[in-house]
Write a protein that binds this ligand. Structure first.
Ligand code: NAP
Length: 182
């Protein structure tokens, strides 16, 4: 799959490595932007204040599913329940919220996990399949929280993640286990 990554830091750069290792063709764009023509998915991994500028620097995103990994540590623009819905207002296409509640510092160690770590996500219907594939190809088990209206809950989940990490575990992976996969 051809993927465009916007923001090449811990998350964008780290996922670009994992996805290339899984056989994908990944373009990484920084502040200078780039051309996402032909991409089947876009990952957005920039600081929230840079979201609009970063999306503007990559033209022709129309219709390409955007996976929003940003976290609202400094709040959200007025009028938007979630950063993911803000992203959708800027691109007009399908959006998913994913990769925001998993530590980038452990990307390279996912293979050491005794069972596949989970990643909770929320997605528009048109973005679900590609998001599940890219979550899986990065080394996680996708766990759906529902449509994009659940993006705020997925963003708020970070509060629990950080509280647990600060209480003593440091960065960790987690697993949701429905009864059939206990
Ligand atoms: N770190 C984590 O474990 C983690 C996990 C989940 C989600 N997140 C979220 O993911 C996002 C990225 O986090 P990160 O840790 O990857 O941050 P980071 O390492 O600081 O990387 C951010 C990247 O965004 C780029 N950037 C800044 N402004 C830009 C713009 N206008 N256009 C394009 N690129 C721009 C930066 O470019 P320069 O290199 O030129 O500064 C940098 O490459 C944040 O919203 C964060 O909350 C982080």
């Amino acid at each position: 799959m051809r993927i465009a990554v916007i923001g090449r830091g811990n998350v964008g750069g780290g996922l670009a490595r994992l996805w290339r290792a899984a056989g994908h063709d990944v373009d990484e764009f920084g502040r200078d932007g780039g051309d996402a023509t032909g991409a089947e998915a876009v990952l957005l991994a920039v600081p929230p204040p840079a979201i609009a500028e970063a999306l503007e620097s990559v033209p022709r995103l129309e219709g390409i599913p955007v996976i929003d990994a940003t976290n609202a540590r400094g709040g959200r623009p007025d009028g938007f329940e979630s950063l993911a819905e803000y992203v959708k207002s800027l691109t007009g296409g399908p959006v998913a919220k994913a990769f925001n509640a998993n530590f980038a510092s452990l990307y390279e160690r996912l293979g050491e996990a005794r069972s596949r770590p989970s990643m909770v996500y929320a997605a528009d219907d048109e973005a679900r399949e590609v998001t599940e594939q890219l979550i899986g190809d990065a080394g996680y088990e996708p766990v759906s929280a529902g449509g994009l209206e659940a993006a705020r809950a997925v963003e708020d989940f970070l509060g629990v993640i950080f509280a647990v990490a600060r209480a003593g575990t440091g960065p960790f992976v987690y697993r949701f286990a429905p009864p059939e996969s206990l």
